[in-house]
Design a protein. Structure first.
Lengths: 246, 243
């Protein structure tokens, strides 16, 4: 297992894909946060709820999305380039391969989530200061955002891996994940009693978001998101073990 | 590293069948490979050669029958990389990863040292400068050499090679032929699927011919060719199978 984890983590760092994904995420978050801090009315930005809303919404949402992307790429790029075959020839026990990948993307996803929240908080503070708005968020709020985004990123990376292992094809996997996070979860806003149990909203709850459609208990949100990630990972494992590799 | 059981035949395929829906890709195929031999695996495109290899590697599960490597299903081999080396037709490299990176990633998973990676790179004559470049910049011949380096990485006792000479230059073909003969002389076993009959005739001891999923011939090369050249014997068999 240790050897497989070494191999899987080596794969994550030996192409520039993941570095590019991270750089793209940082740029996108910085742009979104700046647009919000300069574009929204001062009424909305000067209170704690408004500031929290912007930073968590952008930081956690994009952090989890890119973490999911990283997890999905870890398996779909193997199918796209065919490296899944040499991988399985060296390690024919597929459970071991998926378990090692899960552990590696869990860590990489955590880093992605932390980076996303850190970018949102940093750029947000600069933007608000530049606009002359006093920052109402406490150190506790920021810590909660960073920790929540780290956990959400870790779990969402595993979700991305599981979805990728089931779908296998890269483009449909990525389109599916983007559509879910950016579109389906938004529509669920019409039904807040459902929205709060959606995996993206659970990530927001972990980051400390407070509004309709977000669970108020971080502990419950963590338990539910862990359960989602475990279920999707199990589906990915089952699909990998039972299906032929072309 | 645990070594493989050398008392059992390296490959034993028994009544192997693989269906995809109503298509039968491999149909009741049986054969055995003996240690120290080179066997050619011939047949038209889509005959079932690559599917048979994928079943041997456990990439696909047989509908019925069995394919054993050193007495085990591939997935149950104690140290697969040190038992079996493979070249698959599809290439299977990440275009952005370097050749050396590809081998290192496999070495890490197999618990093989990175010194061994440099050894096999030298063996297949991929110079360090080339090995450091992304695979997307490689010629077909360089990809074949890299594939071969991956196959040799764990010092296996059995090589299963799908079209290993595609794209190799004459020097490369000569080198491969010599290397395979030396490998077999040392007790290694080789199965090589190929369309290049003239090359096969020069290299192999035995020939398996498969067509439409069924094994049409399993004989020593002298017996099969029987005074004719291998191409005539092959074309006649395929024609008979089609009628």
């Amino acid at each position: 297992m240790k050897t497989q984890i070494r191999s899987e983590s080596y794969k994550l760092v030996t192409t520039r894909t993941n570095l590019g994904v991270a750089a793209g995420m940082v740029a996108l978050i910085a742009l979104a946060v700046l647009l919000h801090t300069f574009g929204l009315s001062l009424d909305r930005l000067s209170n704690v709820a408004g500031q929290r809303g912007v930073l968590i919404d952008v930081g956690v949402r994009l952090g989890t999305l890119f973490a999911a992307l990283l997890g999905a790429l870890a398996i779909t790029s193997e199918f796209r380039t065919g490296t899944i075959r040499p991988t399985l020839l060296v390690t024919p026990r597929r459970t071991k391969v998926i378990a090692a990948k899960s552990i590696c993307v869990l860590v990489a996803g955590a880093i992605t989530g932390l980076l996303a929240a850190g970018t949102a908080a940093g750029v947000g503070s600069i933007g608000l200061a530049a606009r002359g708005v006093t920052i109402q968020l406490t150190a506790g709020d920021i810590t909660r955002l960073l920790l929540g985004a780290t956990l959400a990123g870790a779990l969402w990376a595993v979700i991305g891996l599981g979805v990728g292992a089931v779908v296998r094809a890269q483009v449909p996997t990525i389109v599916g994940l983007f559509a879910w996070v950016l579109f389906v979860e938004n529509i669920l806003g019409d039904v807040p009693s459902w929205q709060k149990f959606a995996p993206g909203s659970l990530g927001q709850a972990l980051g400390g978001q407070v509004r309709d459609g977000i669970l108020s208990s971080a502990a419950l949100a963590a338990v539910l998101l862990i359960a989602y990630a475990a279920l999707v990972a199990l589906a990915g494992l089952t699909a990998t073990v039972r299906r032929d590799v072309a | 590293m645990r070594s493989v059981d050398t008392t059992t035949d390296p490959v034993v395929v028994r009544r192997l069948t693989k269906r995809y829906g109503r298509t039968v890709a491999v149909d009741d195929v049986s054969f055995t490979l003996k240690a120290g031999t080179i066997t050619g695996f011939l047949g038209p495109n889509g005959a079932g050669k690559s599917t048979t290899l994928r079943l041997l590697f456990g990439l696909a599960a047989p509908t019925s029958g069995s394919a054993l490597v050193f007495g085990h299903r591939y997935a149950e081999l104690p140290a697969p990389a040190s038992a079996v080396g493979a070249i698959l037709e599809s290439g299977d490299f990440h275009p952005a990863r370097s050749g050396r990176g590809h081998l290192r990633m496999l070495a890490l998973a197999a618990g093989i040292s990175w010194e061994r990676v440099d050894e096999v790179l030298a063996q297949v004559e991929l110079v360090p400068k080339a090995a450091a470049r992304p695979v997307r910049t490689y010629s077909l011949g360089m990809r074949q050499r890299l594939g071969l380096a991956a196959a040799l990485l764990g010092q296996p006792r059995l090589l299963l090679l799908d079209e290993p000479i595609n794209g190799l230059d004459p020097t490369g073909v000569h080198w491969l032929r010599t290397a395979l003969r030396r490998f077999a002389a040392d007790g290694g076993t080789v199965l090589v699927a190929s369309h290049v009959l003239a090359e096969v005739a020069q290299t192999v001891d035995r020939v398996l011919i498969i067509n439409s999923g069924r094994l049409r011939a399993d004989a020593p090369i002298q017996e099969l060719a029987d005074g004719r050249n291998l191409e005539d014997a092959y074309l006649q068999l395929i024609a008979e199978a089609a009628s």
